[in-house]
Design a binder for this molecule. Structure first.
Ligand code: NAI
Length: 350
């Protein structure tokens, strides 16, 4: 409380400022907000700040980390769950990294469900038709989700919230996770299966695993070829889980019946910004936008009042914890998954 520690916030929008200013009344940090992403061109701005706060599309690689270190930044506080954009090996023993692991899994899961429901019943198209005085329903036919099979990849916080929604719709759920939890499967009435079976059986596949070297481009030509004809793919995880070129080919051939994308592999140049008065030079994104059965949202899965308020509070709590010394509940390091990580002993990672 009352600390005047200085934090530099990158990639901020008016809504970030609203929620962080409100939360900061309980913490009293000195916050400076900038609009730019944190990357090679902007890392120098960090001079004079002890903490930098970054978001999903900031590039926090080895080079950026060395500039932050030179600027005497002690802590990188991510205000998001995913940390695929941080070179944790480069940060290790140089700068601590904390994140917000679970602010509102409901927000993202509900958005994934919204994408599925819209794509299935084509409400995104119906909206424009009726506003234009066109009350025809030709071409808007969908299917009963009740009784169909959903495949959920990644049964962590978000995957589980989605599963309860899908159970509510009366869908059969098949799941894949590298760490299956059989007790949870029993409780929720789902079955863990191998990826090949999930691909073969699911009418709708939704991705909720983190982006890692293992999951990079997991949806590619080979995996799409194993899926049901007309499968619906939903991605609210990270863009690079899907090889977009393979998705486009799948859509063109009809193998993929619909795609709901809240993330895109090259989103950092476009998402969160207004390009309505300019043009899109990314031909792959432009092509995706031409399909009537593709619904793209601009990484807004997290965007609920509850989530923003929780993100702001947890981020400032993480920073307070850092300056108070001791254990950092939400610290991440590249060894966190390994037994050697000190976090397992309730100590800082280094
Ligand atoms: P979580 O850590 O609670 O769950 C992730 C699950 O994925 C775990 O059960 C883990 O065992 C599993 N997993 C790890 N590697 C896997 C693999 N190779 N194959 C299958 N499963 C694997 O994470 P949470 O909170 O559920 O978030 C999931 C992802 O959603 C995040 O990593 C992030 O990328 C994304 N996300 C997207 C948001 C948006 O606004 N669109 C907002 C928040 C998160």
């Amino acid at each position: 409380m009352g600390s005047k520690r200085k934090i530099l916030f990158f990639d901020t929008k008016p809504y970030d400022r609203d929620f962080f200013d409100k939360a900061n009344k309980d913490y009293g940090f000195e916050i400076k907000y900038v609009k730019s992403h944190l990357n090679h061109n902007t890392a120098e701005f960090s001079s004079g700040f002890e903490v930098v706060c970054g978001f999903v599309n900031d590039v926090i690689d080895k080079q950026v980390i060395s500039v932050l270190k030179r600027s005497k930044v002690q802590l990188i506080a991510l205000r998001c769950a995913g940390y695929n954009n941080v070179d944790l090996a480069a940060a290790y023993k140089n700068i601590y990294v904390v994140r917000v692991p679970g602010y509102s899994p409901y927000a993202v899961a509900e958005h994934a469900a919204a994408l599925m429901l819209s794509l299935n019943r084509k409400t995104h198209k119906a909206y424009y038709r009726t506003r234009d005085g066109n009350f025809s329903i030709n071409g808007l036919i969908g299917f009963d989700m009740h009784g169909r099979t959903a495949g959920v990849i990644g049964t962590g916080k978000i995957g589980r919230c989605l599963i309860s929604v899908l159970n509510g719709l009366g869908m059969n759920v098949l799941a894949y996770d590298t760490r299956p939890d059989e007790e949870y499967a029993k409780e929720s009435g789902i079955s863990y299966v191998e990826l090949s079976e999930l691909y073969r059986e699911a009418d709708i596949i939704s991705l909720h695993c983190p982006l890692s070297s293992e999951t990079h481009y997991m949806i590619n030509e080979a995996s799409i070829s194993q899926m049901k004809d007309g499968v619906m793919l939903i991605n609210t995880g990270r863009g690079k889980l899907i090889k977009t070129e393979a998705l486009i080919n799948g859509l063109k051939s009809g193998k993929v019946g619909a795609a709901g994308l809240d993330v895109y592999e090259e989103e950092s140049d476009y998402f969160f910004e207004d390009f309505s008065n300019s043009m899109i030079s990314d031909d792959i994104l432009a092509r995706l936008l031409t399909f009537p059965n593709v619904l793209i949202t601009s990484h807004q899965g997290f965007f609920t009042r509850e989530a923003l308020s929780s993100i702001a509070d947890t981020t400032l709590k993480n920073i307070t914890e850092y300056f108070n010394g001791g254990y950092l509940v939400n610290e991440i390091c590249y060894r966190c998954e390994e037994k050697q990580c000190r976090k397992k002993l309730n100590k800082r990672c280094f």
